[in-house]
Design a protein around this ligand. Sequence first.
Ligand code: SF4
Ligand code: SF4
Length: 77
Amino acid sequence: MKGKIEISVELCKGCEFCVITCPQKIIVLSDRFNATGYFPAVVTEMAKCTGCAICAEMCPEVAIEVWRDERGQDLGI
Ligand code: SF4
Ligand code: SF4
């Protein structure tokens, strides 16, 4: 199963819940702050995303969208 996520930079408050809980360890905080002064989460290696959606479930700001391909095909990211 391949997945991809999209993080809303402006909704993110940099709490790091997604960073800590992603099993693939592919989310980090950016070194550039957003419009409200938080350092938002960004994905380092989208190709490793499984689409497990743990990051989205943990996000208190509902800032993460997840897509997955159940056939295991690469989503082209
Ligand atoms: S969907 Fe799963 S593997 Fe992909 S970034 Fe989120 S927690 Fe990590
Ligand atoms: S869990 Fe949500 S608010 Fe917290 S760092 Fe990740 S995307 Fe940002």
